[in-house]
Design a protein around this ligand. Structure first.
Ligand code: B3K
Ligand code: ZN
Length: 874
């Protein structure tokens, strides 16, 4: 497999002005007729001879090829793996290409495939080439017309992008619908659906008074689970008008839910296709987390209509242009709809745990990568979440008003075009007058910067000196880094916990613009040594090192006005307490749990003023994954044991207060997925989690009672998880609730995902043998990415079991990767990621992980997806 470089980008030799597609869908094959109006790209080619045309194509049977009505026989073109090359004689010409494809046999879930009897597509990034020969690159934008023909009985619903312009009946009980999308788009935004589907319909009137029909399609048994997604869609449409001035542009907007889908959802123009797990919800079947995920993803895909579709990407190296920006847009939307503070904590937590790990691993890349072998491997936390943070930093540096001027200019300038990250930054600069020259390093450099802060207080003058140094560790291909332009949110707390004025204007919060490798700021008039509150609101994706004492952290937990930093102080305290036990793992039994942490949690539990949502976040100890990310060398079993010990100590010390809080929050009410109710349930279930760490029969009864009495999935799932891993375990009860859960929900594929995950992710149950047995279960569908992710992903995230001695977990994963690679390379490459972190583990585990990777590497004919990951990580 070959590497593709950003520096080699060249504009295409030809454009495709219009694309007419006809799909003749049959049970064993599909015939695709593509009629393309081609035009020479004169900007590239002004010479005499017309260059040959090379189209992308994969797994296609070419049935016939006509150029301007003349059939080209097979001696007139070259067909090699991945492409079709033909001679060109006129600067404008028409091609007619007929291909035969087999969607029924397409297990990669890329291109046209079948899910539960319906046809659907996934074309981003390079799936369209599995449908027909085409210039399958995002800078080639075309106006598409799509005619779909199929059996009327089996596929009453026929959908494609745009507006339906024609429909009719044909012989043999077949029918057709023709769709026309007036907006130019790249092939990756093409979509088609054919199935026996029902829909719910609603309407939205845009800011200019246009009526838009909204339709959400699902299989009939799920039709009652569409309300939340529909409400979320209408909120998103309104929000994008209010906050960005962006209006929807077609007469109809459709969402289709499908069960077999490689990721969350896809923003195809006017016809979003969603993983059913990201769109369907009812109180009985979806947790609060799922409700919030749905709201965020519906918004994300809708927002792509402008940030991605109207303005798309020139090439795939620019992926963060649409993804980073759109994640920023959906994060702000969610913050506006729910608790802003908690949204920030959750996002920062994911970033610091998973993206920092990616940035420290063998696949580290800048948000705008410079090269790749397989683009599917670059739909990463770095491109998405760090990309979002980079856009957020621009927002912070410019301020909301100038940022909005910048986005207006960007959309204006590039509407209907395929743009670059540079275009985005330039629009921001031009609209605001702020110089972002150095800021651009965030686009080209990988790795997580480390900001080291030291301070000095001069009692005589009252001057407080804050010295800020930055560095960035080497990452693959990038030995030395230039300094970043870092916006650093800052406040200073006095001895009473009050915020001190930072400047003559009396501002109590400031964003320092850090540009040098080291710089010092002096704050005057401090009566005593202040305590710095650094990186407020997680103002940049960096690690901050400052030598906080435990007293400092307890003080910040209590007094800081920034929710993120209060939470972070609590996390830091938790990390210190757990690390202390990890370091002396062998003598852990005799080690006491840090008393300052225990006291601080007591204050936290009892704090009557703290909002429930933030309290719930603060009460959660650092996750095993985040402890692993912060460790020099990962010792999995020590981490699991130490964290468990600290959790038990908190539970035992504060059992009465936790129980009181639990009882206070347990009252019957109708389910409502609104922020205040979600916060109460979350806090209640955090308490239940602690109570599950007590060694008494009473708490077990409490969990069983919550499980049995639950009127919604949030409470039932929480109780189930607690029962499965309770300290005072009862095998019989575990069996009973797992069976009960199965009986209740066995017909609901999305709920069953949770049933698999709760077992494979359980420290108690999730052994290799158990996971292997579950793979044979009747309800396990090995062709469903959701099931594979739940079961295998649940297991690889199970630190207590995946990393058990002997390496059986690693061997199991290697077997699955090798097997899956033949079926679905994207999923195979995703699930193997945990192995790529082998270098950070303690020697025995590390060696065994490496061995498993080597076994994968030795397999012949690996997909480009797995090939790239395995070769870069060894
Ligand atoms: N753009 C799609 C992701 C496509 C992934 C292709 N392997 C979903 C999204 O980010 O909105
Ligand atoms: Zn996206």
């Amino acid at each position: 497999p070959s590497t593709i470089y950003l520096k080699d980008y060249q504009a295409p030799d030809y454009w495709i002005d219009t694309t007419h597609l006809t799909f003749d869908l049959h049970e064993d094959h599909t015939l695709v007729t593509a009629v393309l109006q081609m035009r020479l790209n004169e900007a590239v080619n002004c010479g005499e001879a017309l260059p040959a045309l090379t189209l992308h194509g994969e797994d296609l049977d070419l049935v016939s090829l006509h150029r301007d009505g003349e059939e080209l026989e097979n001696d007139r073109y070259q067909l090699v793996k991945g492409s079709l090359t033909l001679p060109v004689e006129q600067p404008r010409f028409q091609l007619q290409i007929v291909t035969r494809i087999r969607p029924q046999e397409n297990t990669s879930l890329e291109g046209l495939y079948k899910s539960n009897g319906m046809f659907c597509t996934q074309c981003e990034a390079e799936g369209f080439r599995k449908i027909t020969y085409y210039l399958d690159r995002p800078d080639v934008m075309s106006v598409f017309t799509t005619k779909v023909i199929a059996s009327q009985a089996r596929y009453p619903v026929l959908l494609a992008n745009g507006n339906a312009i024609d429909r009719g009946e044909l012989d043999n009980d077949r029918h057709y619908v023709t769709w026309e999308d007036p907006f130019k788009k790249p092939s990756y935004l093409f979509a088609l659906v054919a199935g026996d589907l029902e829909y719910v319909e609603d309407h939205f009137t845009t800011m200019n008074g246009r009526e838009v029909t909204l339709r959400l399609f699902t299989e009939s048994h799920n039709i009652h689970k569409c309300d939340h997604a529909m409400i979320s869609l209408k909120k998103s449409m309104k929000w994008d008008e209010d906050v960005y001035g962006r209006e929807y542009d077609l007469d109809i907007f459709m969402i289709v839910a499908v069960d077999h889908f490689n990721m969350g959802a896809m923003e195809n123009k006017g016809l979003n296709i969603f993983n059913s797990s990201c769109v369907l919800a009812s109180p009985e079947t979806a947790t609060d987390a799922t409700y919030q995920k749905i709201e965020a993803i519906v918004a994300h895909e809708y927002f792509h209509n402008w940030s991605g579709n109207r303005v798309t990407c020139r090439d795939w190296f620019q992926l963060s242009l649409k993804e980073g920006f759109t994640v920023f847009r959906d994060a702000e939307f969610s913050a506006d709809m729910n608790s802003r503070g908690v949204k920030r904590i959750q996002d920062a937590s994911v970033l610091r745990t998973a993206q920092f790990a990616e940035d420290a691993g063998p696949m580290a890349h800048p948000i705008r990568p410079e090269s790749f072998i397989e683009i599917s491997n670059f739909y990463t936390l770095t491109v998405y979440e760090k990309g979002c943070e980079v856009v957020r930093m621009i927002h912070t540096l410019l301020g909301a008003d100038k940022f909005r001027k910048g986005t207006d200019l960007y959309f204006d300038r590039h509407d209907g075009e395929a743009a670059t990250c540079e275009d985005f930054v330039k629009a921001m600069e031009d609209a605001s007058g702020v110089d972002l020259t150095q800021f651009r390093n965030w686009y080209s450099q990988s790795g997580t910067p480390v900001v080291t802060v030291t301070d000095r207080y001069e009692a005589e003058t009252g001057d407080y000196h804050l010295t800020i140094a930055q560095s960035c560790p080497a990452t693959p291909g990038q030995e030395h880094k230039k300094p970043f332009h870092i916006p650093l949110g800052l406040a200073l707390l006095d001895e009473q916990g009050q915020l001190l004025p930072l400047n003559a204007e009396g501002d109590k919060e400031q964003v320092l613009s850090i540009k040098q490798s080291e710089e010092t700021f002096v704050f005057k008039g401090c009566k005593s040594k202040p305590l710095p509150s650094l990186l407020r609101n997680f103002s940049a994706p960096v690690r901050v090192r400052y030598d906080y004492s435990k007293d400092d952290l307890v003080f910040l937990m209590k007094h800081d006005t920034d929710s993120f930093n209060r939470w972070d102080a609590c996390q830091r305290l938790g990390v210190m307490a757990i690390e202390q036990l990890v370091e002396r793992f062998d003598e852990q039994a005799e080690q006491a749990v840090d008393s300052q942490l225990l006291d601080a949690f007591g204050v936290l539990i009892a704090d009557p003023k703290l909002e429930h949502a933030v309290k719930a976040e603060m009460l959660c100890l650092p996750t095993e994954a985040s402890l692993a990310e912060q460790a020099e060398v990962i010792k999995p079993l020590a981490i699991v044991a130490a964290r468990k010990k600290v959790k038990q100590a908190i539970a035992e010390t504060h059992s009465a207060a936790l129980l009181a809080l639990y009882n206070q929050l347990s009252h019957e009410r109708d389910y409502c997925p609104e922020a205040a109710d979600i916060a109460e349930r979350t806090l209640k279930n955090v308490c239940l989690g602690y109570l599950a760490a007590l060694d008494d029969a009473e708490s077990l009864q409490r969990m069983a009672a919550q499980y049995n009495g639950a009127s919604n999935m949030t409470d039932r799932r929480a109780a189930l998880g607690c029962i499965v891993d309770a300290r005072h375990r009862d095998e019989h009860l575990v069996e009973q609730v797992l069976t009960d859960f199965y009986d209740r929900y066995k017909d609901d594929a999305n709920v069953m995902d949770g049933w698999f995950a709760v077992q494979s992710g359980s420290a108690e149950l999730g052994t290799v043998e158990k996971v292997q047995a579950l793979m044979q279960h009747d309800s396990f569908d090995p062709t469903s990415p959701n099931k594979l992710r739940s079961l295998i992903g649940g297991f690889t995230g199970n630190m207590a079991r995946f990393h058990t001695t002997g390496g059986a977990g690693y061997e199991f994963l290697a077997d699955r990767v090798i097997e899956l690679d033949k079926q679905n390379p994207q999923v195979a490459s995703r699930v193997m990621m945990p192995l790529t972190r082998w270098k950070k583990f303690e020697p025995v585990a590390s060696g065994l992980m490496k061995k498993a990777l080597q076994r994968i590497k030795a397999v012949h004919d690996l997909s480009t997806d797995v090939y790239e990951v395995v070769n870069k990580s060894l």
